[in-house]
Design a protein around this ligand. Structure first.
Ligand SMILES: NC(=O)c1ccc[n+]([C@@H]2O[C@H](COP(=O)([O-])OP(=O)(O)OC[C@H]3O[C@@H](n4cnc5c(N)ncnc54)[C@H](OP(=O)(O)O)[C@@H]3O)[C@@H](O)[C@H]2O)c1
Ligand SMILES: [Zn+2]
Ligand SMILES: [Zn+2]
Length: 349
């Protein structure tokens, strides 16, 4: 077992600060990784502040992890010491249920083990995430990093990238389709880049007029300001697919009417009860509302290769771990450009 420096939230109201954790010894199937970079997802903030009522403290967030291998178990033969690898949103699943057999570990019927805040046999009894110096992970859940991806800018691919890639892929996004992306934050900016690379006409749907220029720079063909009722009316029945990244409960109805007949809006943002859904847009147009959770391990590796091929990484602001609380404040104000990534060298041993 290794004593490991980390940054933790001790309660819903306390800022994150230094905290020592113990990582398990490296087992036969394990990979120990020295973390170089960790992206900052809005989910980290939800868990730090117990927004979803399921946080177990101390919470050590972080599930966009890139680092180098420092130790390998005897049964890990496909990886090498010193190799750059990555870990995303989960670190274990049952391996035998129908979802796991279909490479959809994220929908494991026995419940998957998230990278932080899940029950575990490890010291501490709950998993601890990437705001730490090192992590020990079962080899099945370790991704390899393709050459050519900047390691800091690639870290957000491990959540923001796969969470948007997976539904775009599942709904067959391609040239000739019109895709709407709601919310220009970490997930949203990856959705624009990926949808654009898949060939679709991509429209940014934002509350922030100040982000219009950036949205176009990131690959949006057009921008729709969702707070402008006249502009919203002009775009009724235009979209084959909308990916909704809004992190808080909100009214779905104005967005549902933007869909073409038989179009789908996929929720990847706020999880939990939401405002009442008026079923008119569904019934009068066979429109659909769906959800999606990150992506499986094989699909995440496929997404990394896709990003390397298309030269896609995240637009990041590299921060020190000591700046994490200010980064959260900015995230709450929708002031993220467009993903914070922590340089873990800033965390002393
Ligand atoms: N399903 C999954 O697997 C999965 C994976 C990762 C994250 N998530 C969740 O996805 C959500 C987004 O995460 P993120 O890291 O992308 O967050 P983020 O970087 O904070 O971006 C969210 C964006 O949503 C828009 N927004 C915020 N409040 C809004 C409101 N009240 N009404 C309309 N738009 C609003 C803002 O964009 P504009 O300024 O452009 O309006 C904001 O920048 C979070 O809830 C996170 O927990 C889900
Ligand atoms: Zn995330
Ligand atoms: Zn399973």
């Amino acid at each position: 077992m290794t004593l490991t420096a980390s940054f933790a939230a001790q309660s819903a109201t306390s800022p994150l600060g230094p905290h020592q954790i113990t990582r398990r010894s490296v087992g036969a199937k394990d990979v120990q990784i020295e973390i170089e970079f960790c992206g900052v997802c809005h989910t980290d903030l939800h868990f730090s502040k117990n927004d979803w009522g399921m946080s177990n403290y101390p919470v050590i967030p972080g599930h966009e992890i890139v680092g180098k291998i420092s130790a390998l178990g005897a049964e890990v033969t496909h990886l090498k010491i010193g190799q750059r690898v990555a870990v995303g949103c989960f670190v274990n699943s049952c391996h035998v249920c129908s979802s796991c057999e279909a490479d959809m570990e994220q929908y494991c019927l026995s419940g998957f083990t998230t990278t932080y805040n899940s029950p575990t046999q490890d010291p501490g009894n709950f998993t601890y995430g990437g705001y730490s110096k090192r992590i020990v992970v079962d080899k099945h859940f370790v991704l390899t990093m393709p050459d050519g991806l900047d390691p800091a800018a690639a870290a957000p691919l491990l959540c923001a990238g796969i969470t948007t890639y997976s539904p775009l892929k599942h709904w067959g996004i391609k040239a000739g389709m019109t895709v709407g992306v709601i919310g220009l934050g970490g997930l949203g900016h990856m959705a624009i880049k990926l949808s654009h690379a898949m060939g679709a006409k991509t429209v940014m749907i934002t509350t922030s007029e100040s982000k219009v220029h950036d949205a176009k720079r990131l690959g949006a063909d057009d921008v729709l300001i969702s707070t402008d009722p006249v502009a919203m009316k002009k775009m009724l029945n235009q979209f084959d697919f909308i990916i909704n990244t809004i992190p808080v409960p909100h009214d779905y109805n104005p967005y549902m009417w933007l869909l073409k007949v038989e179009g789908t809006m996929c929720i990847v943002g706020a999880v939990g009860p939401n405002a009442a859904l008026n079923t008119q847009a569904l019934v009068f147009g066979r429109r659909k509302i769906a959800g999606s959770l990150v992506g499986g391990i094989a699909e995440t590796q496929e997404m990394l290769e896709f990003c390397a091929k298309h030269h896609i990484v995240s637009d990041i602001e590299l921060i020190k771990i000591q700046d994490i609380n200010q980064a959260y404040e900015r995230m709450i104000k929708s002031d993220v450009k467009y993903r914070f990534v922590i340089d873990m060298a800033s965390l002393p041993e």
